[in-house]
Design a protein around this ligand. Structure first.
Ligand code: FES
Length: 179
């Protein structure tokens, strides 16, 4: 949907864009009306969308562009530039590998590589079955357990490359038992 804005179709476009976004975001964008630099709030808007939805879908980015009257290319450009923004839905389990100094010197790169090999995805991606998303993070504050991997809200450490498969298996098994 990249319709040209004119006086005939704007109400419909606006209504569709509002429906595609969380109410909080619609309100925030409305509060910016009249400000000359709406673009300077773009990162804040995208953060809000991601906080509510977990990721930035093409539909929500287009809705932001329409409502804030910012070119779609600019919105997608910012969303793709910053590593923080997720352009795919989150998996059921979020894996965060700590790449802080203490974890790095204890082999966090090897843990990362093993996770990527086992899951078949890179950082910022989600497995095809929707089970795991992989992210990297900076110091989790548990350097004594380095190298550390956080899955959902549970910290695992010290983790060896050989344990990676077992840890993932544990989460898969837990889900099977629940199902
Ligand atoms: S550097 Fe990894 S927990 Fe501190």
């Amino acid at each position: 949907m990249s319709a040209t804005v004119n006086t005939d179709n704007w109400p419909a476009i606006k209504a569709a864009a509002e429906a595609a976004l969380p109410a909080k975001v619609v309100e925030f964008i409305a509060s910016l009306k009249g400000q000359t630099h709406a673009e300077s709030h773009l990162i804040a808007i995208l953060h809000m969308v991601q906080a509510e939805n977990g990721w930035l879908s093409p539909e929500t980015m287009e809705a932001v562009a329409q409502l804030a009257q910012i070119p779609l290319a600019k919105v997608t450009g910012v969303a793709t530039f910053y590593h923080y923004f997720r352009l795919q839905p989150r998996g059921k389990h979020m894996i965060n590998v700590c790449l802080g100094t203490a974890c790095y010197v204890k082999g966090a790169d090897k843990i990362s590589q093993r996770l990527m090999d086992n899951l078949g995805i890179a950082f910022g991606e989600t497995t095809k079955d929707g089970m795991f998303s992989l992210e990297s993070t900076r110091c989790l504050g548990t350097c004594g357990l380095a190298p550390v991997v956080m899955i959902d809200d549970q910290v695992h450490g010290p983790v060896t490359p050989g344990e990676v498969g077992l840890i993932l298996e544990k989460y898969l098994k837990k889900d099977k038992v629940k199902a």
